[in-house]
Design a protein around this ligand. Sequence first.
Ligand code: KG4
Ligand code: ZN
Length: 338
Amino acid sequence: MSDSIILGIESSCDDTSAAIIKGNCILSNIAANQAIHKEYGGVVPELASRAHQQNIIPVVEKSITKANIQQNAISAIGFTRGPGLLGSLLVGTSFAKSLAMSLNVPLIEVNHLQAHILAHFIEDANPMPPQFPFLCLTVSGGHTMIVLVKDYFDMEIIGKTIDDAAGEAFDKIGKIFDLDYPAGPIIDRLAKEGNPDAFTFNKPRMENYDYSFSGIKTSVLYFIQKEVRKNPDFIKENLNDLCASVQRTIIEILMAKLEKAAKELNIKEVAIAGGVSANSALRKVMQDYHEKSGWNIYIPKFEYTTDNAAMIAMVAQLKYERGEFTDMKTSATAKYDL
Ligand code: KG4
Ligand code: ZN
């Protein structure tokens, strides 16, 4: 890999992030999270765009200072073109274009989902990067899918959710429990003190490698409504067990399809990526599969799980080497296939 220095910019949802990569080594990875959405129990697109506007310059400046480089050492600007919230993407896209123009360097568009997966090739992401072909369970607030990764830019979605994403299920169920947004990390923490077998919730019966998470959400909602009628303090008194049981169910749903795909395609290189891959129980279950099924597992470092610009810079570096640059006329896109 070349030693080029590239700036990556991520602004697809509610994190404004900038990172500097040299070769595949991350020199800085700065993120400003938008606390404002907590008050609303979810991301408010309009507020996210405004916060990106406020954050983007300080975050980019910080990434350059932290990397200890001069602006003129930057060889290209990588940015998230999609998928994501259009207003949020527009801020990063417009800023990336302007900066590329002023520095007179190429502009490189990055697919956010490819970036979650290719984060595994960052130097300090894994002791050894995955070997092609590998399976990657990509689980975030917006997406849940099993991707067959045949090469860096040759990916096939073999299964995906037909309704909610796994992260969305964590967040929506967290809302039923009156937890803050995003509830995924909170459920993870509370589940540590709970019994995962305390409660049973419905699991979907889906064909092939597809997922569905709307059923578990409804199952939890009806169960809670019924119990709260009998005991108004039910949630408070059982919060740890509820979180542990929900988490176990979501992980079982995720792993059943991943296991089926690994078996049927005879692939033992298995990775996870995306925000939900930060989940400590999911990471532990992957470890179990390594031991019981002989999978070579790839679990991203925490800083490369939720949205970050390091993964954007990584993809930009791979495209830079291939000379794949983006025209200045490009525009952000809310939908962007793998
Ligand atoms: O990848 P990401 O940062 O943003 C999207 O592209 O969606 O993923 C955010 C999602 C949220 O739904 C959040 O609740 C979930 O990832 N998440 C977790 C954990 N950390 C983040 N879910 C379960 N356990 C966690 N530790
Ligand atoms: Zn993401």
